[in-house]
Write a protein that binds this ligand. Structure first.
Ligand SMILES: NC(=O)c1ccc[n+]([C@@H]2O[C@H](COP(=O)([O-])OP(=O)(O)OC[C@H]3O[C@@H](n4cnc5c(N)ncnc54)[C@H](O)[C@@H]3O)[C@@H](O)[C@H]2O)c1
Ligand SMILES: [Zn+2]
Length: 365
């Protein structure tokens, strides 16, 4: 039986089966990276995979910190953005690692947001049939969500994350200082996943967010830790996404993914689309589970408080959203598996939600 993630000092020991890995959350951690890496990865050769924005800001510091502990990593930089998350790019990274002489005793460090986390993790999963992966998430979304849970992968023209592998990191380093350079829109989109976690699992955190004041670093650190704990606890029950527990994390994502797709992945950032998806999921929840209207309002207000969209622009192609839901999801007897919340702090997968229910909720957006 797997158990919960627990905090040890600032280290979250995530347990999934017999494997545990530390997630360290603190300020100023990049300068201690060499020390942490020595402690947790007794290996020599490595590649740092990063994107053009993040490498410009942080690669030198990361390299210096690693050098102070005797590491000589190879830096591999790819263009920033989702369009880099492809099989072709993963192959090109592998070729460069081969050229740099890296072998099965090497390891990979992903330095960047969720795009880098996913593609570097995927490369780590397939290179020499799997080598260790260190995640250094540099966006809020990557810290509270994508670096936790071991899902790695790339996109194809047919859709996002269609090719991938489960590959747990060996170490996750969350240096909250790196978030200072994150553009506000990117920072805010991370709160969509934070609010999602609150709605599905933590009413106390929801109340805390309602009185959130921007700028307090220790509070942000605590918030990140809490979110890692929530996600890892859910993942630990269903690491391979088989029993349905992990599906709770898809709250707001059925409609959210459809909105991203309908907007050609340009109109909204992932977290913004998820914010709209959460509003739609709350609409379905009011009808199907009796979510009280005042809680629905509180959720919408909280999303708005973090600058997240809660209404669709009038010119948005709404019809495309339903087409995308149909493309993405299997309907059985006209019903879809859809995550609903009966009250803040709780969620479950309902099997009685129809396409009409979803259509009605999207109409309200
Ligand atoms: N594996 C999972 O479980 C999981 C979960 C959620 C999302 N994801 C994936 O995560 C990706 C989205 O992640 P994201 O939102 O972090 O996107 P991203 O990695 O594209 O980063 C967003 C932008 O911010 C820039 N950036 C990153 N850190 C910065 C910093 N510290 N300062 C300044 N700029 C910085 C990046 O260069 C990029 O332009 C998607 O591909 C999604 O599929 C994966
Ligand atoms: Zn998400």
């Amino acid at each position: 039986m797997v158990s919960l993630g627990v905090f040890i000092d600032s280290v979250v020991q995530i347990r999934g089966g017999v494997h545990r890995y530390p997630v360290v959350v603190n300020a100023g951690l990049l300068d201690q990276l060499g020390r942490y890496t020595r402690k947790y990865l007794p290996r020599e050769t490595s590649a740092i995979i990063s994107d053009s924005n993040v490498a410009r800001l942080l690669a030198d510091r990361v390299k210096m910190s690693l050098a102070s502990a005797g590491f000589r990593p190879t830096l591999i930089m790819i263009p920033a953005g989702e369009k880099s998350k492809t099989l072709k790019q993963a192959g090109a990274i592998c070729d460069r690692m081969i050229a740099a002489g890296l072998d099965r005793k090497s390891f990979v460090i992903g330095l960047g947001g969720g795009v880098i986390g996913d593609i570097s993790g995927f490369v780590a999963a397939i290179y020499h049939r799997g080598i260790p992966h260190i995640q250094i998430p540099t966006t809020l979304l990557a810290m509270v969500d994508s670096s936790i849970g071991g899902k790695t992968g790339v996109d194809t023209p047919a859709g996002k994350n269609l090719i991938g592998a489960f590959h747990r990191p060996s170490l996750v380093i969350d240096d909250v200082d790196v978030l200072k350079t994150l553009p506000p829109r990117q920072f805010n989109q991370g709160f969509a996943e934070v609010i999602k976690h609150a709605v599905i699992a933590d009413a106390n955190m929801f109340r805390m967010l309602q009185s959130w004041k921007a700028g307090a670093a220790p509070a942000l650190q605590r918030l990140i830790k809490r979110n890692i704990e929530i996600k890892s606890r859910i993942v630990a029950k269903d690491e391979r996404d088989r029993t349905g527990e992990r599906a709770l994390l898809n709250f707001g994502h059925t409609v959210g993914h459809a909105i991203e797709r309908a907007g050609d992945y340009r109109k909204f950032l992932h977290g913004e689309a998820v914010s709209l998806g959460i509003v739609a999921a709350c609409g379905v929840s009011m009808k199907k589970t009796g979510l009280p209207p005042d809680q629905h309002t509180a959720i919408v207000d909280l999303l708005g408080q973090f600058g997240l969209p809660t209404r669709l622009p009038s010119d948005f192609p709404r019809r495309k959203i339903l087409d995308a839901v149909k493309f993405d999801k299997k309907f059985e007897d006209g019903k879809i598996r859809f995550v609903v919340t009966p009250r803040i702090g709780m969620a479950y997968v309902a099997d009685n939600v129809t396409l009409d229910d979803v259509r009605e909720a999207v109409k309200q957006l």
